[in-house]
Design a protein around this ligand. Structure first.
Ligand code: GLP
Length: 244
């Protein structure tokens, strides 16, 4: 695990964008697994900027969704796909043919999960997984406990996850069921970029860096991944003295 500390959230976004742009320069049709949430917003903004300046070509870039709520209409703007569309897909002009998404309206969600894994395999696997870190150590919606071989599947969200996502659901209840790319998909990515920003993440980042791979802290499986970069800003950097 290659741990890097950026001065602030802006620097983190720029450094993350440089990593993504480097990959796309080498492999213009790279398949990127893209997290939603607050953390990657700066990165996605930066990518849009690089594209506008002609530094980043996205005409062949492919994107896979990381996770999605269940029980929503396909075009519900509160879906994670809606979020990803506004923050990333539209600004980078990634058209539908280059997107692997979860079809939320399908009556059989387990079937949808299996379809997703087959699509990722058929696309040649994930080149880069861009991830955020949940306050309980989740990746995507791989809530604790999640084993390293956990497949793409439907899950019930933790009360803490529901509480932290409630800000996106004003006057409504956060859906309790979701589908997530499995730990197995995440850990098969050729490279992982875990972004961690803000003081509220300092405690869980500290636990992650000290933990051996443990299903109770799903992100800790990244210790077994051959090419993971953890890019954190100073606010998220653990401050306590190391354990004796
Ligand atoms: C959410 C999402 C994850 C996201 C994480 C951190 O629940 N399911 O994909 O990476 O939690 O979110 P944030 O970046 O807003 O802190």
């Amino acid at each position: 695990m290659d741990v890097r500390i950026a001065e602030d959230a802006e620097t983190l976004a720029r450094e993350a964008a440089a990593i993504v742009a480097g990959l796309v320069a080498q492999r213009p049709d790279a398949l990127i697994l893209a997290a939603t949430g607050e953390t990657p917003i700066g990165l996605y903004r930066e990518l849009a900027r690089l594209r506008e300046r002609g530094v980043l070509g996205t005409s062949r870039l492919r994107v896979a969704q990381l996770d999605e709520y269940l029980g929503l209409e396909e075009d519900d703007p509160r879906s994670l796909f809606g979020w990803m569309h506004r923050a990333l897909l539209a600004p980078l002009e990634i058209d539908a043919g280059r997107i692997i998404r979860f079809t939320t309206g399908h009556p059989n969600a387990e079937l949808v999960a299996g379809m997703y894994d087959r699509q990722v395999d058929a696309a040649g696997g994930i080149d880069l997984a861009i991830l955020g870190l949940g306050l309980n150590g989740h990746l995507g919606f791989n809530e604790p406990p999640s084993r390293a071989d956990a497949p793409t599947r439907t899950v019930s969200l933790d009360p803490g996850t529901l509480a932290s996502n409630a800000t996106y659901w004003p006057n409504a209840v956060v859906p309790e069921r979701a589908v997530t790319a499995g730990m197995s998909v995440i850990l098969s990515a050729r490279r992982v970029l875990l972004l961690v920003s803000g003081s509220r993440k300092a405690k869980i980042l500290d636990r992650l860096l000290r933990s051996a791979p443990d299903p109770e802290l799903p992100a800790s499986h990244l210790h077994d991944h051959p090419d993971t970069i953890v890019l954190a800003d100073r606010d998220a950097r653990p401050k306590g003295p190391p354990d004796a």
